[in-house]
Design a protein around this ligand. Structure first.
Ligand SMILES: [Zn+2]
Length: 635
């Protein structure tokens, strides 16, 4: 998964590989009717073969891969009816487990048929607009309690709204493009593969082939709100092709056969990034292909989710390699699963040209500043942000992100992997790098179909030692397991750069300010402030918090004049010159408060600057491994 805002000590020892598709013990048939998506409803029918009658327990997926948490949206399920041999069958939810359903099946019945609806809505990016829809199959399936996700086989089909097309990594029985009726029949797959293969569909879709050869294909399937949204420029297509080529050059081998970047371009369905073996479910703003700011702000979305096919899906922390979706997932390896993916995401964005030169350094500066501003890091380890990621993700208070820490196993781990990369480069005088680790550990020496090779922390350390002998156990202990007063900065300094604050916003901040109509004063006043004056959060010890402003306060006036972002900026700059406090009037839930903020530091924005006379390792890391113009040759 990809966080869309800027924001293991106890692995189980397992050392075997197993294919994603095992012998099928149960063969279900699942029909989804998408013709009611204008009403935000998926209709589904499921047929489950029975060995005998009696109490039959089916479960609805609870722990969802990629989310790593117990977030299966069972609350959105409705209209559940069951029949056996055309006779109604009563059901009862398990009083101890709201994800388990008991069906009183009569003796002699050979099949249980369920019909039910899934109602879209709730938190997060929308899955349905009038023009497009994203189907996560875990939302519309049940399976027998106790059955493994590699033991249950499902034969799915879907009926689309008139005129819509679909894209998915699922294997269709006949090519989707040849079907005039809008009914797509897929081959039988393991439940694990079904849940791993979301389906995108819509009225305006376009597929761009990115690479093919040796029986492998890679394409991006773009669905937009209008036909104009999905027209990519030759440069954008070239970036995507170079991403595939650069990932080949980095990992050496692939663990998919037909890969689909699935992408919605819709403001209502924006903010999605979810990894799968043979596809990724991406969603960003409607104007992504037409607005350079939106394109640049999402430069690492596709590289991040693509990397997960290797790191997270193929290689996976043992605690996330589960028997079924009711089994709790153990998240203590996310500093590798997400953290190293965050690192390769921003590196591959540079190598492929998706991000502009200089963006790598600006991103690293933003990561460092954001983490270093957290009072919460003085009381909480990086490991704990991973272990408790489900709680962190569910916590809504933006101020809590600083007080408690956020999902820091993404960006803090990225700084840690930069630290490791520059260490290896320095130890080996540039002969080796973290690329060698990625090729050995994630590439794994051969192309494979989708499968899972679990790992422990000891496996990660052993693989690093094969690249560069070092105290990697101690390296991770101080950065992952122990309280670290500051985020890792050694990768930046060893890379030939220095972290500073400047008075001018970096390009990222300018783009984010433009796209969100806000001003980022996190490192000066201690908040981001919206165009209407709303203080998004406060940080303990920073000027706005010290002056008593609560999160959510709405600034009405600055130095006696009605609030505007421009006037606030002018007031901060004036206070830096004349030393006078900034006068504020704000609305705290209906109470009007007058206060003054003694702050003379001016605007402060994070930046990296070169240290003259040192090797520029960041430039070496960001340099493409393929020649520009190369387009995804296959092994
Ligand atoms: Zn991720």
């Amino acid at each position: 998964m990809k966080i869309r805002a800027l924001i293991g000590a106890a692995f189980v020892a397992v050392a075997f590989c197993r294919p994603a598709i095992a012998q099928a013990a149960v063969s279900e048939t699942l029909s989804v009717d998408a013709t009611d998506v204008p009403h935000q409803i998926w209709h589904a029918r499921l047929r489950v073969p029975l060995a005998h009658g009696g109490d039959t327990v089916l479960v609805y997926p609870k722990w969802i891969p990629g989310a790593h948490g117990p977030v299966g949206p069972v609350a959105n399920l409705g209209s559940l009816r069951a029949t056996a041999g055309e006779k109604p069958v009563a059901w009862q939810r398990d009083a101890n487990d709201v994800y388990a359903f008991h069906f009183a099946v009569p003796d002699g019945a050979t099949e249980l048929e369920l019909s039910y609806d899934f109602f879209e809505g709730g938190a997060g990016p929308g899955n349905i607009t009038g023009q497009l829809a994203v189907l996560d199959w875990n939302e519309v399936v049940f399976y027998p309690q106790g059955a493994g996700i590699r033991e249950v086989s499902v034969t799915p089909d879907i009926t689309l709204p008139a005129g819509w097309t679909a894209a998915t990594a699922l294997p269709p029985v006949l090519p989707i493009a040849t079907l005039p009726s809008g009914h797509v029949q897929f081959a039988a797959v393991a439940l694990e593969t079904l849940v791993d293969s979301p389906l995108y569909c819509g009225a305006h879709g376009r597929a761009y082939p990115l690479a093919s050869g040796n029986g492998m294909t890679n394409e991006i399937d773009v669905y937009g709100e209008t036909a104009a949204d999905i027209d990519a420029t030759p440069d954008q297509i070239a970036h995507w092709k170079r991403l595939v080529a650069e990932a080949d050059a980095l990992y050496g081998y692939r663990h998919w056969q037909h890969y689909h970047f699935l992408l919605t371009l819709s403001d209502a369905a924006s903010g999605r990034g979810l990894e799968h073996h043979s596809s990724s479910a991406n969603g960003t703003r409607e104007r992504y292909l037409r607005d350079p700011d939106i394109y640049a702000l999402n430069s690492d979305l596709l590289p991040h989710e693509y990397t997960h096919s290797w790191n997270g899906k193929f290689r996976r922390p043992a605690g996330l390699d589960v028997h079924d979706y009711q089994q709790p997932m153990v998240d203590d390896g996310l500093w590798v699963y997400e953290g190293m993916t965050q690192y390769w995401g921003i590196v591959l964005a540079q190598r492929s040209g998706l991000s502009d030169p200089g963006e790598f350094e600006q991103t690293l500066a933003s990561y460092y500043a954001s983490l270093d501003a957290e009072p919460g890091r003085q009381a909480r380890t990086l490991l704990d942000t991973a272990v408790a990621q489900g709680l962190t993700r569910a916590a809504q208070s933006p101020s809590g992100r600083f007080a408690r820490r956020g999902e820091d196993y993404y960006i803090e781990s990225a700084l840690m992997w930069l630290d490791a990369d520059t260490l290896i480069r320095t130890h080996t005088h540039g002969k080796k790098s973290l690329d060698d680790f990625a090729r050995a550990f994630l590439g794994y020496g051969r192309n494979t179909p989708p499968m899972v090779v679990p790992y422990t922390r000891a496996d990660v350390i052993a693989a690093l030692n094969r690249v560069d002998r070092y105290d990697w156990a101690g390296f991770f202990r101080t950065r992952v397991d122990e309280i670290a007063r500051h985020p890792p900065q050694d990768g930046i300094t060893r890379g030939g750069w220095r972290f500073i604050y400047t008075a001018a916003p970096n390009r990222f901040q300018q783009m984010r300010e433009r796209s969100s109509s806000s001003i980022d004063m996190t490192y000066s006043l201690g908040s981001t402030i919206g165009a209407d004056g709303t203080v998004a959060f406060t940080i303990e010890g920073m000027p706005l918090a010290r002056a008593g402003l609560p999160p959510g306060a709405k600034i009405l006036a600055v130095n006696g004049e009605a609030f505007s972002l421009e006037r606030l900026r002018i007031a901060v700059d004036a206070a830096a010159r004349d030393g006078k406090p900034i006068g504020l009037i704000y609305d705290d839930l209906g109470t009007i408060v007058t206060t003054s903020v003694p702050y003379r530091g001016g605007e402060r924005y994070p930046q990296l600057v070169r240290v003259p006379g040192t090797p520029d390792l960041l430039a070496a890391i960001a340099a493409p491994k393929t020649s520009v113009g190369a387009t995804g040759g296959a092994h």
